[in-house]
Write a protein that binds this ligand. Structure first.
Ligand code: S3P
Length: 441
């Protein structure tokens, strides 16, 4: 076993600035690969996130016989195999760190005429999968997980899925998407009812690939048995990656930054809404539509923040950005209360406990709750934080280092490349003082 590990050291900086295009949206990139692989014809994707998570989805399709060229510089060409063109993989499909890859692929594989096994890394191997097994089994799929509901997932061949009407017990775009993907192959209508709005990229992209998917308020439905037609897809920059720089510019005095070509789909902009409620100065410039998705340049200027009660309905719309928002809260005057965020305990790490432990380690007072926390704004002192192998925890505390009295050392940062391969380079371009360091265990 190696006795060293990749870490970050982030030191205080003066005003940051510049124009920046962060990498492609992870959710849209996964879906572009999936729909292109299942489509008839050749799809051209640009702006693809070449992060490890998306590469895991692509590798799975290659292992099932799909031909693809790239990715290089965000460009990927996929020769669609058609709905029934996939072949059994010779080995287990490794989804790495990616819950999206595992859950969405399960929806596709549950409907195939061959068996599949899906595995993941240490973090993914401890994440809950019954939430997709239950609806997929209701559709007639034969899926097995470990006794505690975690991967590996063993999926047996079937050719007779049926559509279901399913009330989602949790607001989860991954579960919704797994059911809709299986529904493409099912007999009859598949209807999913959401308890709260979640990201709708699957629905939008299905329609873009010529497959009718109808949303009426909280009910999403489609008919099985159709076809997807290859498309040219342009992936916008990921608002979840841009969020770190929104918070950075909001907390480092004198900063102003322009984040270019960011996806601002209304099911993803909770971070903008929440930061604005805290007093952030965020402007959407040149809002436009690209390939059925809203896109804008986002200008963020420093402004003093104040603590708020985060509106619970904004939580699913900012679910991946809560760690970054908690850093903003640590720098705000007064108390910020986050509730209704129990789902954070089931992400790449238990993000509630990872943020609580991290903030305490750098001198911030926090009260932990089962579904959130109260953060008392104050001075970030610096210290050592464990990212718990979670990319978003690592990047959030890197941002915190920019305003800390002493440097913040962040341990176990190896998974940052799952969503943001060039994070250190881009962060330093803005004026951050962020170093990759090999730390002793
Ligand atoms: C995602 C949905 C969210 C999010 C994840 C990506 C997606 O998960 O946290 O990073 O692409 O559908 P849940 O839908 O499980 O909340």
């Amino acid at each position: 076993m190696s006795r060293s590990e990749p870490g970050f050291v982030s030191a205080r900086t003066s005003a940051i600035g510049g124009r920046l295009r962060v990498p492609g949206d992870k959710s849209i990139s996964h879906r572009a690969v999936i729909f292109s692989a299942l489509a008839d014809g050749v799809s051209h994707i640009e702006g693809l996130l070449e992060g490890e998570d998306v590469l895991a989805t692509l590798a799975a399709f290659r292992a099932m016989g799909v031909m693809a060229e790239g990715p290089a510089n965000g460009k990927l060409v996929i020769v669609g195999a058609g709905m029934d063109g996939l072949k059994a993989s010779k080995s287990a499909l490794d989804m790495g760190n990616s819950g999206t890859a595992m859950r969405l692929m399960s929806g596709v594989l549950a409907a195939q005429s061959f068996n599949s096994v899906l595995v993941g890394d240490e973090s993914l191997s401890s994440r809950p999968m019954r939430r997709i097994m239950i609806p997929l089994e209701k559709m007639g799929a034969d899926c097995r997980v470990e006794a505690d509901g975690t991967p590996p997932i063993q999926i047996r061949a079937t050719d007779h899925l049926r559509g279901i009407h399913y009330d989602l017990p949790v607001a989860s775009a991954q579960v919704k998407s797994a059911i809709l993907l299986a529904g493409l192959y099912a007999k009859g209508t598949t209807k999913v009812v959401e308890p709260a709005a979640t990201r709708d990229h699957t629905e939008r992209m299905l329609n873009a690939y010529g497959y009718a998917c109808v949303t009426e308020q909280s009910v999403i439905s489609l008919e099985g048995g159709g076809h997807l037609t290859a498309q040219d897809i342009s992936v916008p920059a990921d608002i979840s990656s841009a969020a770190f720089f929104m918070v950075l510019a909001s907390i480092v005095p004198g900063s102003q930054i322009l984040l270019e070509h960011v996806g601002v789909n209304a099911t993803r902009t909770g971070v903008i809404n929440i930061l604005r409620l805290m007093g952030a100065d965020i402007e959407l410039i040149n809002p436009r539509e690209v390939g059925g998705e809203a896109v804008a340049d986002i200008q963020v200027s420093y402004s003093g923040l104040a603590g708020i009660d985060v509106p619970p309905e904004q939580v699913p719309l900012a679910i991946d950005e809560i760690p970054a928002i908690c850093i903003a809260a640590a720098c705000a005057s007064g108390v910020t209360r986050v509730r209704g965020a129990e789902e954070l305990r089931h992400k790449e790490s238990d993000r509630i406990s990872a943020v609580v432990e991290g903030l305490r380690a750098v001198g911030i007072e926090v009260e932990e709750h089962p579904d959130g926390m109260n953060i008392v704004g104050g001075n970030i002192l610096g210290g050592q934080v464990d990212s718990q192998l979670d990319h978003r925890i690592a990047m959030a505390f890197a941002v915190a280092g920019a305003v800390a009295s002493n440097p913040i050392t962040i341990r176990r940062c190896e998974n940052v490349a799952t969503s943001f391969p060039d994070f250190i380079e881009l962060a330093n371009q803005t004026g951050m003082k962020l170093d990759a360091q090999t730390l002793d265990r």
